[in-house]
Write a protein that binds this ligand. Structure first.
Ligand code: ZN
Length: 87
């Protein structure tokens, strides 16, 4: 946020500011992603999907991987809660 304030003060063109916004958006999304992980331990599938998501070439591809990851996390959550009920 400090970076953005500096941009405004230095009168950087709108396009440059848009890039900064995109950077902040991506950063926040990545941060939220790790922040909202239901529990800290990840499995090999999680790691694999996370690497794929980071390295993917297109928005469509990224969306697909994000969806797969969400489904995988749902399943992991389900297993986790079932395990808890057994105790
Ligand atoms: Zn996993």
């Amino acid at each position: 946020m400090l970076y953005l304030t500096n941009c405004s003060e230095n009168d950087i063109p709108k396009l440059e500011q848009a890039k900064v916004w995109l950077y902040i958006k991506i950063f926040n999304e990545d941060f939220n992603l790790s922040f909202h992980l239901p529990y800290s331990d990840t499995c090999d599938d999680c790691d694999h999907l996370m690497i794929q998501e980071k390295n993917c070439g297109s928005v469509e591809e990224r969306g697909e991987i994000t969806k797969q990851k969400a489904i995988h996390l749902d399943e992991a959550n389900l297993r986790h809660s079932i395990k808890r009920e057994d105790k």
